[in-house]
Design a binder for this molecule. Sequence first.
Ligand code: ADP
Ligand code: MG
Length: 472
Amino acid sequence: MAETAADSVISKEKDYAPASTSSTSEEKVVSEIDIQNLTIDDCNKFLDEDSNIKIITSGDTPYRSAFTFEELNLSPQLLKGLYVEMKYQKPSKIQAISLPLILDPPYLDLIAQAHNGSGKTACFTLGMLSRVDPKLKAPQALCCCPTRELAIQNSEVLRKMGKYTGITFECAIGGDFTTETHIKKRSPITAQVVIGTPGTIKRRMTEKTLGLSYLMMLVFDEADHMLAKEGFKDDSLNMMKHIGRVTSHCQVLLFSATFNESVKKFAAKIVKGNHNELFVKKEELSLESVIQYKVDCPDELAKVMVIKDQILEFGERIGQTIIFVRTRNSAIILHRSLVDLGYDVTTIQGALKQEDRDKIVKEFKDGLTQVLISTDLLARGFDQQQVNLVINYNLPVKYDHSTEPDCEVYLHRIGRAGRFGRKGAVFNLLCGDMDEMIMSKIETHFDMKIAKVPDWRNEEDFKAAMRSAGLL
Ligand code: ADP
Ligand code: MG
């Protein structure tokens, strides 16, 4: 199936924009500790082996990483949430390192990078739930996420982890236009934690129904995108300005698996001078448990055939699958082709009605659907442990430069498989010299070699690939 002209025309219309490439720098004096010198429990080995996370702490504060959740001085109610509701046993490496940085006075700002699927959500969720005063019925922590899907997912994590704390939360995301217009005046938010998307949060701040007087924590999930020019930079700075007018004691936490150099510098500029940082080298970011392949396909129809005959044929044996496409139009066309061939797939993209987006995600999370086609709307943050196969039907390219790969988005897409050390496989379907070139730039960027599946028509080749990835 060939992409239509209309498809290439709207190829710039992405549901997800890449990180900014322009910003200014500001150096700061910090002491650097090699994380390998800190003792972290073996339980995280799968996430740790090659992850040389660098901690840069501000000043001489003696932070200590933890072996157990108990050592983090979490309340008994939170421990119960972690053990009973989340079924976690021990903190992951990023949790062990970042939580003391978040929870110890003087509550410095933190820029934290850690691998996809390594448990960053719990870092800031436990941070918010620990620092909020349950007796004070006003917004005290605010978490901004780039998509409604992520805001809903993070709210769900907070609901479960905080179940025994009595702390209240509100998910501030847009409703559909029709319902919104009926609401003339919204009542002020009294929930103690607010998790939402920039548009709605900004609106609530402007209309003064999101009070900021007691705010002491501001979190940006997928922070590099929240601070990128093509992302939500203006909204984020605007929110920070609003908050800065009311309080100077708000701790800022920036979490993401990716921070390119310019966004890193910009992030360091907007947090307070005295802050902590955790970073991972880009060459060490890709997950060892997720095996990546590339497949040469002579034409677009061959790509559909590969998905149908060589991958989806394995059915439920290989768990759930996400197929990433570049544009909304590609999503619609691929959906139609697979449905016509008798496959039961669902598709999510930004042009759908919000209630439909919510329903499609819920069905996939509930395991009712097996294969989900998505634009980059779900490239970041989406957490479904049963996903162990990611297919790049189109490679991700830069928003304003379609011959350049978007390496950050690539890393986030493949990170939808292999959550918390699980096994996974990625198939990059390549068609033509341009795709070859983009793929090789991605390989160079991450300093890795991606194995080629020898023949797109050979079932045995795909079986062998899946077997090597531990999926069959
Ligand atoms: P990311 O770092 O990409 O934001 P998430 O926070 O979404 O990762 O976590 C990835 C998965 O790992 C989630 O399903 C989460 O429930 C699980 N997880 C996180 N921390 C732990 C832990 N300490 N023990 C077991 N599972 C965990
Ligand atoms: Mg995340």
